[in-house]
Design a protein around this ligand. Structure first.
Ligand SMILES: Cc1cc2nc3c(=O)[nH]c(=O)nc-3n(C[C@H](O)[C@H](O)[C@H](O)COP(=O)(O)O)c2cc1C
Length: 190
């Protein structure tokens, strides 16, 4: 495929902490991702995204909290030591995490949907921006306790702020590009 926008979109892949080498990503990479997120379309230019960058101590502390929450909130019959070990291992794999928050500036339910859509557009910008950095990779996680009790309080979110997950970032030796998608024609109605 030519090196163009089609290639960047179709070869963009999610990469997971198990694939990260543990090497740290430069802060400039994180700043580029966030700057490009801010160029996403957003209705009335209300910029509904808010980001928190976790790294070093703040990252380590948050990962410990995720693990503690998992241990505390998972019923015994559902608890998996493998999952707990996986979260523990993130301490040595993940470089930075961008906390994804949507801030609503009105009470209008339709506008809320638009705000969430705009933040998602921003996250896609971050995903695509990774293509310019050969070793920087990541994925959008809505795990890690996103919808569970505790995270709202942990980040001291206001009542008009919604947690949309975490952009988990790390360094990889070589990025995967392969995937598959269904034929787009089936998604065209009429
Ligand atoms: C809103 C959203 C939430 C996601 N949450 C998770 C998640 O919690 N865990 C996970 O493994 N992948 C998550 N993903 C990544 C998808 O699994 C991934 O995009 C999908 O498998 C397609 O792979 P690709 O991104 O490499 O094309 C999420 C993606 C989106 C858009």
């Amino acid at each position: 495929m030519d090196n163009n926008i089609n290639q960047i979109i179709r070869e963009r892949r999610s990469h997971y902490p198990q694939e990260f080498t543990g090497a740290l990503l430069d802060d400039n990479i994180i700043n580029t991702l966030i700057e490009n997120a801010c160029w996403a379309p957003n209705h009335t230019l209300n910029f509904p995204w808010r980001f928190i960058v976790l790294k070093e101590t703040s990252l380590s502390k948050w990962l410990q909290q995720v693990l503690d929450n998992y241990i505390k909130n998972t019923p015994a019959e559902k608890f998996s030591q493998k999952t707990a070990d996986k979260i523990q291992a993130y301490q040595k794999q993940v470089s930075q995490v961008i906390v994804l928050i949507c801030e609503h500036d009105s009470e209008n339910a339709n506008k809320h949907k638009e705000d969430l859509a705009a933040v998602a557009c921003g996250v896609e910008n971050m995903y695509l921006s990774l293509s310019q950095f050969p070793n920087a990779a990541g994925y959008w996680s809505t795990g890690m306790g996103t919808y569970g009790e505790g995270m709202h309080a942990y980040f001291e979110l206001k009542s008009n702020q919604e947690l949309m997950g975490f952009f988990m970032l790390g360094s990889v030796d070589k990025k995967r590009t392969e995937s598959s998608r269904k034929d787009y024609k089936q998604f065209i109605l009429g």
